[in-house]
Design a protein around this ligand. Sequence first.
Ligand SMILES: NC(=O)c1ccc[n+]([C@@H]2O[C@H](COP(=O)([O-])OP(=O)(O)OC[C@H]3O[C@@H](n4cnc5c(N)ncnc54)[C@H](OP(=O)(O)O)[C@@H]3O)[C@@H](O)[C@H]2O)c1
Length: 233
Amino acid sequence: MTVRRRHLITGAGSGIGAAVASALAERGDDLWLLARTAERAGDLARDFPRAHVMVADLADPETLASALVELPDSLDSVLHIAGVVELGPVAGLDLADVRAQLDVNLVAPMLLTKACLPALRAARGLTLVVNSSAGLTANAHWSAYAASKFGVRAFADALRSEEQANGVRVTTVYPSRTATAMQEKVHEQEGAPYDADRWIDPRTAARTILHVLDLPEDATIPEVTIRPAPRQG
Ligand SMILES: NC(=O)c1ccc[n+]([C@@H]2O[C@H](COP(=O)([O-])OP(=O)(O)OC[C@H]3O[C@@H](n4cnc5c(N)ncnc54)[C@H](OP(=O)(O)O)[C@@H]3O)[C@@H](O)[C@H]2O)c1
């Protein structure tokens, strides 16, 4: 009998999260998808008709608990893929933008993981956080985003130590520039022309995530970095 694995995914409506959700849905796994708004939930329900779709705005993490009433008893993975970015110098920091990046990229994954821990422990599952190369090096104009990603890296490290005894694996993925809506926005904010072909295909990032997810029980990959391959010319 084929065992259908169960995954909770944030950010499944776009970019890397959509590529991961599509790959898992195609092979018949069961998906719990968290959408930002009711409208986005409708899009996800259309694109993933077998999925359980929940609505929670990760920029308002206090609403998470009420959104998570339909959680299954066991989850093979919780994939934190949703994220937001706003570039700009520290001299021009906007409080709402700082808070949004910290809430979506750091606070929400922490609280969502807490809520899912019983189900993850039951399956000896995987928590995977899509971080960023900005979670390893903070460059000019990336202060708030990098702070959120450095923070969620620390969270994942502490969680990995705590949950080892419960058999829960924790992986941080650090992609560099990937051809998604977020990267188009980054180029706009940098005032640079956007050429998707220069950057990682989101399906390649998804393949890396599935590789981590599908490891047999004898091994785990705590951290993985993905870079665009060198191009000629
Ligand atoms: N693209 C890159 O170059 C790159 C590089 C390194 C790391 N990353 C990381 O990769 C992850 C995926 O990014 P992506 O490039 O695939 O971006 P994307 O195409 O912009 O997708 C972001 C996803 O996050 C969701 N999201 C944003 N705010 C949310 C909120 N308040 N509540 C719930 N969901 C929310 C979006 O939902 P809506 O569509 O409803 O807004 C969307 O599904 C992010 O964590 C990002 O930081 C990206």
